[in-house]
Design a protein around this ligand. Structure first.
Ligand code: F6P
Length: 191
């Protein structure tokens, strides 16, 4: 059967600070996850394994030690938070209270000024999702919002639930095809 693996990048320096977006590097803990992920994937002995990352530093660093062909895919980049890139949620609430309230009211459709909404991500992901459906043994190293959209698609989640799906750091989500649906397993690596 077809197996697809999804994981967020390891913890980044911005995750530690609670900052939105950016292009930070992995924290020391995130580096440990990158090593653990590589050990796990390299031990599977599944060939040919392909790794798709975003164009961002933190996903490339997370995938670095996996022995496989790698592709950096622009459409896998994290939600563009526009004028709120680099802020914490508290700073966003102080500086842009109206934006903060709007996002809270309709997180799915809310588009950051000069940035994107979850719906925008789904639109740009469409070609990637169809391509993935034809692949075997792909590891996608992505980001929180983008992975919510991807997993929601494969697992048939309701659109309104997508922005709240739990996709924790340092966890591998393994999807295995089962008829035309997918079975989902969560694998938490001890790091
Ligand atoms: O905080 C990490 C992050 O990937 C941000 O870059 C992104 O804006 C956010 O998560 C998406 O999550 P939420 O939609 O819950 O703000």
């Amino acid at each position: 059967p077809q197996t697809l693996y999804f994981t967020r990048h390891g913890e980044s320096e911005y995750n530690v600070l609670g900052r939105i977006g950016g292009d930070a590097s992995l924290s020391p803990r995130g580096q440990l996850y990158a090593h653990g992920l590589a050990d796990y994937m390299n031990a599977l002995g599944q060939e040919p394994l392909t790794v798709w990352t975003s164009e961002m530093r933190r996903t490339k660093q997370t995938a670095a030690d996996i022995r496989a062909a790698k592709r950096a895919v622009r459409a896998l980049n994290e939600l563009d938070a526009g004028i709120c890139e680099g802020l914490t949620y508290e700073e966003m609430q102080e500086r842009f209270p109206q934006e903060f309230a709007w996002r809270d009211q309709d997180k799915l459709r809310y588009r950051y000024p000069w940035g994107e909404s979850y719906i925008d991500i789904m639109t740009r992901l469409r070609p990637v999702l169809s391509a993935l459906e034809d692949e075997h043994n792909v590891v996608v190293v992505g980001h929180q919002a983008v992975l919510r959209c991807m997993l929601g698609y494969f697992l048939d989640a309701k659109l309104d639930e997508l922005p709240y799906m739990n996709v924790p750091l340092h966890t591998i989500v393994k999807l295995t095809s089962y008829g035309y649906k997918y079975k989902c397993e969560m694998i938490t690596l001890p790091i």
